[in-house]
Design a protein around this ligand. Structure first.
Ligand SMILES: C[S@@+](CC[C@H](N)C(=O)[O-])C[C@H]1O[C@@H](n2cnc3c(N)ncnc32)[C@H](O)[C@@H]1O
Length: 286
């Protein structure tokens, strides 16, 4: 696994890349679209290149409100992390498929509730690795770290020395898989990988995840999947039953697997909870 020490200085994140060539020497392929950068474009970030923007715009043709959906997904993440920290006492998080750093990130939200929180971020995209210093912001009380690894190898990931130096796997962990499982094809057995992660965590651990779905608008989401496939990206929307299986054996927290907009909204219930095509849920291991 590559460590963040090999990478450009953290300050580079402040300026953001201007030339694709700046990234190519870090193993970033800027000639094809990549999920992290397409998503970064929707969130208003600057770490994306012409092929990413072309893919983002092709998807926007099919789903014009895709940017609002990406924000709704991020907002779910914020509410879920706050819920785990406040209501379930989670003091350590494992955030898989972190993405290009976007504020507020998991450690910022969790530390508002509990300053001693520990966070391990994991992604397998070199461009996220290049931003890793933005994610490694320890204070005397809390500690965050970043691991460049593949969630399809759960045993390797969980035994990584950087992970075990930061998280105590005998204590409850908040496992986050926010908008990442759609990038794991069925042939790669995402349910088996998630089960291996669930099994390795102790009682009191929680799992929060979101994933896009075809359930609310099969035609538009079919077009999105097709556009992604044509651009060489894996994107597998999942049904509600598929999503429920990711939590197998754990107790879903109320209100269960719902559209992300309907999951414990901060304000009044949304008028149209199906406006963002993502399922989301949180469960606890008893
Ligand atoms: C759409 S972004 C989501 C970022 C963030 N979780 C959020 O919801 O705002 C998905 C991220 O998952 C990462 N990813 C995809 N497959 C992965 C894998 N097998 N292991 C680790 N990370 C992966 C991608 O590189 C990308 O950064």
């Amino acid at each position: 696994m590559t460590r963040s020490q090999d990478l450009p200085d953290r300050d580079q994140h402040e300026d953001e890349p201007t030339e694709p060539s700046q990234w190519e020497r870090f193993g970033v392929d800027t000639t094809a679209p990549h999920s992290a950068r397409v998503y970064d474009h929707w969130l208003g970030g600057k770490t994306n290149f012409p092929p990413d923007r072309a893919m983002a715009e092709a998807i926007e043709q099919a789903v014009p409100s895709i940017k609002e959906m990406a924000r709704a997904n991020r907002a779910f993440q914020g509410r879920a992390v706050r819920h785990l920290a406040s209501d379930h006492g989670i003091r350590q998080f494992l955030d898989l498929g972190t993405g290009i750093p976007t504020s507020p990130n998991t450690h910022e939200i969790a530390e508002e509730v509990s300053p001693g929180t520990r966070v391990v971020y994991v992604d397998n995209d070199p461009i996220v690795l290049a931003h890793a210093r933005a994610l490694m912001v320890s204070t005397p009380a809390s500690r965050t770290t970043y691991i460049h690894a593949d969630l399809r190898k759960p045993e390797e990931l969980l035994s990584d020395p950087a992970l075990t130096a930061t998280l105590d796997l005998d204590q409850p962990v908040g496992l986050l898989m926010i908008a990442v499982l759609m990038l794991i094809a069925d042939e790669d057995d995402p349910w088996g990988r998630v089960a291996a992660l669930r099994d390795a965590l102790p009682s009191g651990s929680c799992l929060a995840l979101t994933t896009p779905t075809q359930d609310f608008d099969p035609v538009a989401v079919g077009q999105v999947t097709e556009a992604a496939r044509a651009g060489g990206m894996t994107l597998v929307p999942r049904t509600r039953d598929d999503v429920v299986r990711f939590f197998d054996g754990w107790d879903l927290v109320e209100p269960g697997v719902t559209p992300v907009l309907a999951w414990r909204p901060d304000g009044p219930p949304p008028a149209n909870p199906w406006a963002a095509y993502y399922w989301g849920g949180v469960a606890i291991k008893r």
